[in-house]
Design a protein around this ligand. Structure first.
Ligand code: PLP
Length: 459
């Protein structure tokens, strides 16, 4: 006899909000998969933010700006594979080159021509990149960047932003998730990282200057995302980035731009090209891999060359970064080359269109909520955006202190939940791709208006 089918992971109760009950009812296959996943994987997921109510939906296909779940529902996607699918899901030119590359073997694990090709493109496109080397994820890239900065300067302290997410890199797992700040992000992290990793308020020159002064002669580097991604798509102000540039120089420290999100999105040369500010080290990932796993560390030759195997120095002077079975795997290299070539060739058309579409979308979202009496502020760096439910319309959201003091994050989650019912998938904000045309933008606006109606009615 077959064992009885387990109950759904999230039993729908009378108190379950109607939109979540509706999502559960129409997603039986996702519900069953998650039930099994919870027995196999802690919490049912290997990537925590992929969780959402009433249970994670499971997806089987992505094409252009659309994704399909295993129960056959279609969504317009704004999450876009962690904001990396700037050419849309499954772009034909990338799929084609990956197919051709696969024919010659999945991974040989030795030097290949494509790694030179992709490194050349990074050095050509990214202003700070005199050298580039690859790894398999953005997390590794930020880990190596910090190690390299400490080694190059001979100093210890690294300053990061409150709310800055650089992957689950132990060195930088301080003051990431709201609302409790002031220490490591939970257990398993050595208390010493708080001494070596200090955090400052994003876009706050005074607070940052104070911590830089405190670190004095032991400051190795400041690491900053040119848009605070997981923190809420908050753009760095140009004057703040200029201040970090000047202050790191004045203090003999290094400036690291974590461009894992902004690289190749703000411009072909990332946020550093967009703002005209060149950091010492840049970390890259996401778009660079064209949909396949990748990370890269790029920057000044004298700094990157510290990690060169050609340096014949005693162990105490070496900087070991690199390794990784899947570093420079042919498929990621090929997908990256095809993606960067497309972005570079289309730069005059792609970037202005993405930004104009994002502006148009954000204006419509703002109107949808404000006209229904719901105050919002929308942050919209480049072709990224996030809706913040503020106390007053237009209240500035410049850092995590503003997010905590002036916004209601529960409403942001509620909006994402309601959007799923209306066929739009977003997750702490959204990213546009070249596949988001007029039809997709009109559908997103319509879904936002429906959500605004519902949220206004719900109070
Ligand atoms: C700014 C930033 N840095 C680093 C990372 C880590 O990259 P990965 O997930 O490829 O390890 C992320 C991932 O979301 C990120 O947003």
């Amino acid at each position: 006899m077959n064992p009885p089918k387990p109950a759904l992971a999230v039993a729908v109760q009378e108190t379950t909000p109607r939109h979540l009950a509706e999502l559960a009812a129409r997603s039986p296959r996702s519900g069953r998969l998650h039930e099994e996943a919870r027995r196999l994987t802690p919490g049912g997921l290997s990537h925590n933010p992929r969780n959402h109510a009433p249970f994670p939906l499971y997806f089987s296909k992505g094409q252009g700006a659309r994704i399909w779940d295993v129960d056959g529902r279609e969504y317009i996607d704004l999450w876009m594979a962690h904001y990396d699918a700037i050419l849309g899901h499954s772009p034909p030119q990338v799929i084609q080159t990956v197919r051709e590359t696969m024919e010659n073997g999945l991974h040989i694990g030795l030097a290949i021509e494509q790694e030179v090709e992709l490194a050349r493109r990074i050095c050509d496109m990214v202003p700070s990149a005199e050298r580039a080397r690859f790894c398999a994820s953005g997390t590794e890239a930020t880990m190596y960047a910090v190690r390299l900065a400490r080694a190059f300067t001979g100093r210890n302290v690294v300053i990061k932003m409150v709310g800055g997410w650089h992957g689950a890199n132990t060195d930088l797992m301080v003051d990431v998730f709201p609302p409790d700040y002031g220490g490591p992000e939970g257990r398993g992290l050595p208390p010493e990282i708080v001494r070596a990793t200090r955090s400052v308020t994003y876009n706050d020159i005074e607070d940052t200057a104070r911590v830089i002064r405190e670190a004095a002669g032991d400051l190795a580097a400041v690491i900053v995302e040119p848009a605070l991604g997981a923190g809420g798509m908050i753009p760095a102000e140009k004057k703040y980035l200029e201040f970090l540039h000047e202050e790191t120089r004045r203090n003999g420290a290094l400036l690291i731009f974590d461009e894992v999100i902004t690289g190749f999105r703000f411009a072909p040369g990332g946020a550093q090209e967009y703002h005209g500010i060149t950091p010492d080290i840049t970390t890259l990932g996401k778009i660079l891999g064209g949909g396949l796993p990748i990370g890269a560390i790029a920057g000044r030759a004298d700094i990157l060359d510290e990690s060169s195997i050609l340096r014949k120095v005693p162990k105490a002077e070496r900087v070991i970064i690199g390794g990784g079975t899947y570093s420079c795997n042919p498929l990621s290299m090929a997908a990256g080359i095809a993606t960067l070539d497309t972005l570079k060739a289309g730069r005059d058309q792609i970037y202005p269109t993405l930004e104009a579409n994002n502006r148009r979308l954000c204006e419509a979202i703002r109107d949808a909520f404000r006209s229904r009496g719901i105050p919002v502020t929308i942050t919209a760096p480049s072709s990224l955006h996030a809706v913040h439910f503020t106390r007053e319309a237009g209240q500035p959201v410049r850092n995590m202190a503003d997010v905590i003091d002036h916004t209601d994050p529960a409403k942001q989650i509620e909006l994402a939940d309601r959007l799923r019912v209306h066929g739009v998938f977003e997750f702490h904000g959204g990213a546009l791709s070249v596949s988001h045309g007029d039809a997709e933008i009109a559908s997103i606006i319509q879904a936002m208006e429906s959500c605004a109606d519902e949220m206004a009615a719900a109070g």
